[in-house]
Design a protein around this ligand. Structure first.
Ligand SMILES: NC(=O)c1ccc[n+]([C@@H]2O[C@H](COP(=O)([O-])OP(=O)(O)OC[C@H]3O[C@@H](n4cnc5c(N)ncnc54)[C@H](OP(=O)(O)O)[C@@H]3O)[C@@H](O)[C@H]2O)c1
Length: 268
């Protein structure tokens, strides 16, 4: 699918580091003006200066904690009312991978607030404007943990499974419009999310053969976007695996539509 009209504005959440910073760079290279959102103002300002110098585009920064109501509302208002916005990259996310029994409830709620609530609210804010123009793209960053449930990832996997289901439903909703919605499921990517004390697992503890650079991840995801993919698994070589997985899901769903208990649950 072609990127929407060039020389428009893209909003990238979580642009102060990692995957979001690379999206900002790549969208700037495609000629987009940018609105960069995150909490660390200094990081955003440095990135904005570099991207505007290198690519000659306009960059605005919004220092916002997307877990906080007032900040989220400010970003929602921009998405709803700035008519130049054509792309929303819902990238900001947090991961606290540790057993639920050793996780403070606040850490679980924080993951839900950012990975689920903020992503949903920002999509809500952008969608009517995109639909009214019949143009726009929403890129939602999930994770391979959307379909894998580790003993340390109950909440994080849950939040990313939500992103998967939410995005797939939305894709069905907008299928006949000019609005594009892409789901991206990165595997392990070398970013600050793995900083000890943030994710709970330092990157050095992982098999380095499984780790992708953020640049490779974003370039693959954008290649998937350009190829018209709705669902992009940047690290998966065999694209048929997703086709088969999704077909099995559809088959299972169809098998639920019986209106009666399965025979194995009936008394003999
Ligand atoms: N790295 C991986 O292995 C991996 C794998 C699969 C999926 N992902 C997903 O990729 C996305 C980007 O993560 P990353 O790997 O690039 O990690 P990262 O480098 O830690 O980036 C996370 C971004 O989110 C922002 N952020 C965090 N809390 C925020 C808040 N409350 N309000 C606003 N912004 C906030 C951070 O900026 P501030 O701290 O400045 O606010 C930062 O810009 C996330 O959704 C993550 O779940 C990552």
């Amino acid at each position: 699918m072609p990127m929407p009209t060039q020389l428009k504005t893209a909003v990238v959440t979580g642009a102060s580091s990692g995957i979001g910073a690379v999206y900002a760079d790549r969208l700037a290279a495609r000629g987009y003006n940018l609105i960069l959102v995150a909490r660390r103002a200094d990081r955003l300002a440095a990135l904005a200066q570099r991207l505007s110098e290198v690519h000659g585009i306009a960059v605005n920064t919004m220092t916002a904690d997307l877990e906080k109501e007032a900040d989220l509302a400010r970003v929602e208002a921009i998405l709803a009312h700035d008519e130049r916005i054509r792309v929303l990259v819902n990238n900001a996310g947090v991961s606290k991978v540790r057993p639920l029994s050793k996780t403070a409830v606040g850490d679980s709620l924080s993951q839900i607030a950012l990975n689920v609530v903020a992503l949903t609210r920002l999509t809500h804010a952008a969608l009517p404007a995109f639909l009214s123009r019949n143009e726009g793209a929403i890129i939602n960053i999930a994770s391979v943990l959307a379909i894998q449930y580790l003993p340390v990832s109950a909440v994080y996997s849950g939040t990313k499974a939500y992103v998967l289901a939410f995005t797939r439903g939305l894709q069905n909703e907008v299928a006949k419009t000019g609005v594009k919605v892409q789901l991206v499921l990165p595997g392990v990517t070398a970013t600050e999310i793995w900083t000890e004390g943030v994710s709970g697992v330092p990157l050095a503890m992982l098999n380095k053969d499984t780790v992708m650079t953020a640049e490779d991840m974003v370039d693959a995801a954008l290649a998937g976007f350009d190829q018209g993919e709705l669902v992009t698994w940047p690290s998966v070589a065999d694209g048929d695996l997703w086709t088969k997985f999704d077909a099995a899901r559809a088959e299972l769903f169809a098998a639920t539509e019986t209106g009666r208990p399965a025979p194995r649950y009936l008394k003999p």
